[in-house]
Every structure is written in C-alpha cells, then in structure tokens.
Design a protein around this ligand. Structure first.
Ligand SMILES: [Mg+2]
Ligand SMILES: [Zn+2]
Length: 184
C-alpha cells in the first residue's frame, strides 16, 4: 500500500498565527489540492496528521473543526482529490498527551489503522515537530516552505535526510517523478 502523511495548516491550506478557527478561514494553498489528486492518481492514499490545540484553547469546538474538514473534503473533491482520513490532536502542550506532534501518537494510530509500517512513508510538514513525529517511526521527511516552513528552515535542526521544497505542489511533482524511476 502506498501512503503519504501530510500536515494540514501551512501545507495544504494557508496558516494563520491566530489559528484556523472557521471554514471561512480555511483557504487552500494554490496547487495543493491538485497535488493531492496527482498523488491519488499515482495510487497513494493521503492521510492528514494535524495538531489542533485551538480545541483545547477553546478557540473553536469540534462542530467547527468538523465543518472545516467538510470544506476541506469538498474542496478536494472538486479537483478529484481524496483524503482518506484526518487524524488530529485536540490537546494543548500542557495536556502532555501522546498525540501532539512532535510525539508520534498520531503516526502510531495511522500505522495501526492502515496496518502498515511507516518505514519509508513520506511525510510532509512546515514545522520541525511534524517531521520529528514521523521520523520517529521511520517516515521520510519533507519540509515545505509555505506556512511556517521558511522559519523552520532558518531555525535548522531538521531530521537527517530532510528534503526541502517551495510548496506541496513542487514536492509532489518531484516525488512522483523520482518514484516513477524506482521499482515499488
Ligand atoms: Mg503546519
Ligand atoms: Zn493530543
């Protein structure tokens, strides 16, 4: 099974320092949904792993998060993209849960749900903690420079082997080209 794990804010949609608190604030980055469609066409199942501490901070509730994700799914469908599942952590750092990235809890859940090892599974994020979480389970890290990506690149400390791309569209273009040259 071919699987890819994406962060949400700053990778698929524009991020905001004030959090994405409503469907209206969820705005896709140009080309990101089309890139997901291309992944699907190449046989990849696309899964999201997203920290959503705005829930714990009571900036928005589960009903709103579901509405945001309905918009995400609907926008994806319009361009023929399919997102298999959205895993999210609703906790804040002080909750000390196991799912908030950089911890690997959501990635462990994904591994269990899809009954696959995450060794070699690509994961795309704009924050260091996205890449650290996946790297713990053997994911191959990709940093995009959208969202917090530029700041993340400047700060450094990326997991070894992290590849950097301007955005999800360019990452996917290069990734699929390389994958096509490689036997499964
Ligand atoms: Mg992000
Ligand atoms: Zn959590």
């Amino acid at each position: 099974m071919k699987l890819i794990i994406l962060d949400r804010d700053g990778v698929i949609n524009h991020d905001s320092p004030d959090f994405i608190k409503s469907p209206a604030e969820w705005i896709p980055i140009p080309g990101s949904l089309e890139a997901i469609a291309r992944l699907n066409q190449a046989g990849y199942r696309v899964v999201i792993a997203s920290n959503q501490s705005g829930i714990a901070r009571e900036l928005f509730d589960m009903t709103t998060l579901n509405a945001i994700h309905q918009k995400l799914h609907a926008s994806a469908q319009l361009v023929g993209a399919d997102i298999d599942a959205i895993f999210f952590c609703p906790h804040a750092a002080i909750d000390n849960c196991d799912c908030r990235k950089p911890k690997a809890g959501m990635f462990e859940e994904i591994s269990k749900r899809f009954k696959v090892s995450l060794k070699g599974v690509p994961t795309v994020g704009d924050s260091l903690r996205d890449l650290q979480a996946g790297f713990r389970l053997g994911c191959v890290p990709y940093l995009v420079l959208t969202g917090k990506g530029e700041k993340t690149q400047q700060t450094g400390g990326l997991p070894p082997g992290t590849q950097v791309f301007p955005d999800l569209a360019s990452m996917v273009q290069s990734f699929l080209k390389t994958a096509a040259q490689r036997p499964d």
